[in-house]
Design a protein around this ligand. Structure first.
Ligand SMILES: CC(C)(COP(=O)(O)OP(=O)(O)OC[C@H]1O[C@@H](n2cnc3c(N)ncnc32)[C@H](O)[C@@H]1OP(=O)(O)O)[C@@H](O)C(=O)NCCC(=O)NCCS
Length: 198
């Protein structure tokens, strides 16, 4: 078993509680989730799907995602409440040698389940996996207009690194600027020295 498979088998499914007490299960996306995944993306507003860079309300797009599902390339985690997907997050691994230390994250939650800690739980779960795999950086490409996302990413230690003007265009031809956010997963040298009593 490779490292990723071992981590997934050990950790998931994982039961968590939202701030209002709702019990949620987190686990990797499975091929059988196709219809639930499509229904989930349809619960998001069009502007909230821009960062996914594909028309995820189109059944053919989701069917193709399911056919090509490969956790070693991209690991999607879903949050389930009573068999309904209410949140999704993904960790994309880099195929390029020079960025092999990075993982790219993406996440969203069902509007009815927001501000209860679900986004934080999903992002922390991806971060835990990335750190266990030895990745050194997490990146996120966040459309400028998704203001709540910046609050969450910055709260969890991501920093704005660059703005990419007009980087994505939605189905209707509207362009969005993308903010590249980066978080280092390397131990802070200051904290390390303190822990070692230096
Ligand atoms: C960004 C997003 C994932 C946050 O999800 P969430 O489930 O609300 O996340 P959390 O509940 O962990 O909230 C994170 C913080 O934002 C605050 N917050 C979230 N929604 C809020 C709202 N509507 N009003 C006030 N505060 C809100 C929470 O209170 C929390 O802050 P705190 O930790 O100081 O209490 C969600 O808003 C979303 O799906 N947005 C659309 C897609 C998107 O922006 N994706 C990111 C691009 S990669």
């Amino acid at each position: 078993m490779n490292n990723l498979a071992a981590i997934l088998v050990k950790t998931y499914p994982k039961k968590v509680k939202l701030e209002d007490g709702t019990a949620i299960y987190l686990r990797p996306l499975l091929k059988d989730d196709e219809q639930a995944f499509l229904a989930y993306f349809r619960s998001l507003a069009p502007e909230e799907r821009v960062d996914l860079k594909e028309e995820v309300t189109d059944p053919k797009v989701i069917e193709n995602w399911m056919e090509t599902l490969d956790y070693d390339l991209m690991l999607p985690l879903v949050a389930l409440h009573e068999d309904r997907i209410v949140g999704a997050a993904s960790l994309r691994f880099s195929l390029s040698a020079w960025t092999r230390h990075q993982g790219q994250v993406n996440l969203s939650t069902d509007p009815r389940y927001r501000a209860k800690g679900l986004g934080t739980l999903l992002l922390l779960s991806l971060e835990e996996i990335a750190a266990a795999l030895g990745l050194e950086q997490l990146t996120a490409e966040v459309p400028q207009e998704l203001t709540k996302a910046f609050y969450l990413f910055e709260k969890l230690g991501f920093q704005k690194a660059a703005v990419l003007p007009g980087f994505v265009m939605d189905a209707a031809g509207r362009e969005s600027d993308i903010v590249l956010m980066i978080k280092s997963l390397m131990p802070d040298p200051g904290n390390l020295a303190q822990a070692q009593g230096n």
